[in-house]
Design a protein around this ligand. Structure first.
Ligand code: ADP
Length: 584
């Protein structure tokens, strides 16, 4: 086995990999950006090396810097986690050229599965049908109109190189075709550098069900079980579970065999996931993810295996070590992605910032994979996953109630999170009965009923700091919330109270700015200005695009008028409440 492994990643997944390595007696090497010099993954690793830079491109995607650390540290293998270099064949080849093992599939398999058109073709060759659609790029709006006529609307225009829920546009009628096509191409080119698009029928009520597979270098391949990831916003997953509810055993087996066939057809090795859409008893190939996925812990919980250890053994040339029939799945598991996002009104706005307090939940069947601890900062430059909360139960209902209990118990303060939205979802009848779909959260769930996000962001008492004190009345313990005037502090909560006061100050500055003073609600970087001084704008017109945590957010005018002043330029890093333009 390897003596030393470098983890080319950050956050919870770097921590996750470090933990398995430690249990196997493998030394771990962390890498870090300027902002992460004291991050949790750095604190836990045996050795850590600076990459420099703040953005992903300057740090975790800086091939030369990482290659230098590999040489300096003498690591024998690299675990790429997910995101960053995990599906990058240039990086995989560069480290292989150094004689270092890439803990993942061979570059050729990544390439076949790397774009959605070629992966559709590969799946079809293995006898697995894709979502009804075309397996070639489209260049002319008339092709989309013809497709709409043949298959009916809605039609999904998808970027061949898209990912992370980006690069897809849904067209509901012929008259939307031209604009949707242009916008899909523009978005794909901006985000992925390639603008090839293709077409699929947009299924109206599908579930996203994916199959975990493993293959070794000796030709063995198995499927471990499926995950249902249908609770999504912006086509991105929020809650996952295994097994998929209301999912017949014979279909599970067929899907597992289809996934293995797809893996074998592309010479796959190591952990992979074949994603499907499932509707009306039929499943359709969506894409293959050639890496360990965020939601792998729900599979670990039901099969009772450490998938990172299995990855390391396979990368070391060892066999899988068990047969398909040896795999037993027990009970049910859920995962909630605890993102730094403000879910108020179902908007799910990214909310980077300091975590003043993070208290993990505990108890039987509860696991927290966090990338942060109290007093760590969630930067706007990386993704917004603070932690993953996983619960296991002997059946779905026990796992669900355990998740609700754990979500009540976990404390994350300083930044809003999606926790209250997840509690709501877990209590919705459609979710309990598993009649939901990938479109359910955005189309059916009424977020106006959601508990407010965080007491630090509550309305009223502007300028006051909130704190909690304990009191006893007739021997019974009560928690009392107090609003202290600014500047006054109760020593017991000084650190967090100060940070809360800051959050409050930022929050109130946003609320109190005059109409026409266009402020940003979150930390982020200006990617585009949409207006010039002197332009006439209407309320709702886009003023700037702000990127925060890999998501683009439109900042719009709140009034009709003329742009008098623009205070920012593309590339500027902004804090919540910063004014970008004045409109009179
Ligand atoms: P990405 O690579 O961006 O994650 P995917 O192709 O995996 O894109 O799709 C992500 C999600 O988008 C799916 O889970 C599903 O919710 C939705 N989606 C994708 N294709 C379709 C389709 N043809 N019909 C309905 N929903 C779709």
């Amino acid at each position: 086995m390897f003596k030393k492994v470098l983890i080319a990643n950050r956050g919870e997944i770097a921590v996750r990999v470090i933990r398995s390595c430690k249990e196997m007696g493998i030394k771990t090497v962390a890498v870090y950006s300027e902002l992460d010099s004291n991050a949790l993954h750095v604190r836990l690793a045996d050795e850590a090396y600076a990459l420099g830079g703040k953005t992903a491109a300057e740090s975790y995607l800086n091939t030369e810097a990482i290659l230098n650390v590999i040489k300096k540290s003498k690591a024998e293998a690299v675990h790429p986690g997910y995101g960053f270099f995990s599906e990058n064949t240039d990086f995989a080849r560069a480290i292989t050229d150094l004689g270092v093992v890439f803990i993942g599939p061979p570059p050729e398999a990544i390439e076949v599965m790397g774009d959605k058109i070629s992966s559709r073709i590969a799946a079809e060759k293995a006898g697995v049908a894709g979502v009804p659609g075309r397996s070639e790029p489209v260049y002319d709006p008339s092709e989309i109109e013809a497709f709409g006529k043949e298959f009916g609307y809605p039609v999904a225009i998808k970027a061949a190189y898209g990912g992370g829920g980006r690069g897809m546009k849904v067209v509901n009628s012929k008259k939307e075709v031209k604009e949707a096509m242009e916008s899909a191409k523009r978005e794909a080119l901006g985000a992925f550098g390639r603008d090839e698009i293709y077409l699929e029928k947009y299924l109206d009520w599908p579930r996203h069900i994916e199959m975990q597979i493993f293959a070794d270098t000796l030709g063995n391949a198995v499927w471990l079980g499926e995950r249902d990831c249908s609770v999504q916003r912006r086509h991105q997953k929020l809650i996952e579970e295994s097994p998929a509810p209301n999912f017949p055993d014979d279909i599970r087996k067929k899907m597992g065999e289809a996934a293995v066939a797809v893996a074998k057809a592309c010479g796959y090795v190591n952990a992979g996931t074949v994603e499907f859409l499932y509707q009306d008893g039929e499943f359709f190939f969506l894409e293959m993810n050639t890496r360990l996925q965020v939601e792998h812990p729900v599979t670990e919980a039901v099969v009772g295996m450490d998938l990172v250890k299995l990855q390391l053994r396979i990368a070391n040339g060892e066999p899988i070590g068990f047969d398909q029939d040896d795999i037993e799945r027990r009970g049910h598991a859920f995962e909630c992605r605890i993102n730094a996002e403000d879910a108020t009104g179902g908007k799910f706005l990214p909310a980077p910032g300091p975590i003043t307090k993070l208290v993990p939940p505990g108890g039987y069947g509860v696991r927290l994979d966090a990338g942060y601890e109290s007093n760590d900062n969630v930067s706007q430059f990386y993704d917004n996953l603070i932690a993953k909360l996983i619960t296991w139960g002997s059946d779905r209902e026990e796992a669900r109630l355990r998740m609700l209990r754990a979500l009540d118990e976990i404390k994350v303060e300083g930044t809003p999170t999606v926790i209250n939205a997840q509690k709501m979802v877990l209590r919705e009848p459609e979710f309990i009965n598993a009649t939901h779909s990938t479109r359910w959260l955005e189309s059916k769930v009424d977020f106006s009923k959601m508990e407010p996000n965080s007491p630090t962001l509550s309305e009223g008492n502007d300028g006051a700091t909130q704190t909690t004190v304990l009191s006893e009345v007739n021997g019974k313990r009560f928690e009392v919330k107090l609003f202290l005037p600014e500047g006054l502090n109760l020593n017991s909560t000084s650190g967090s109270a100060k940070a809360k006061a800051k959050t409050r100050a930022q929050q109130s500055s946003i609320k109190t700015v005059a109409s026409g003073h266009i402020a940003v609600p979150m930390q982020g970087t200006v990617v585009k200005l949409h207006v010039n001084v002197g332009d006439t704008v209407k309320s709702g017109d886009m003023i700037i695009t702000l990127e925060a945590m890999k998501m683009e957010n439109a900042i719009s005018s709140d009034t009709d008028g003329v742009v008098k002043e623009i205070k920012v330029k593309a590339g500027d890093a902004l804090s919540p409440g910063d004014i970008v333009a004045i409109i009179e």
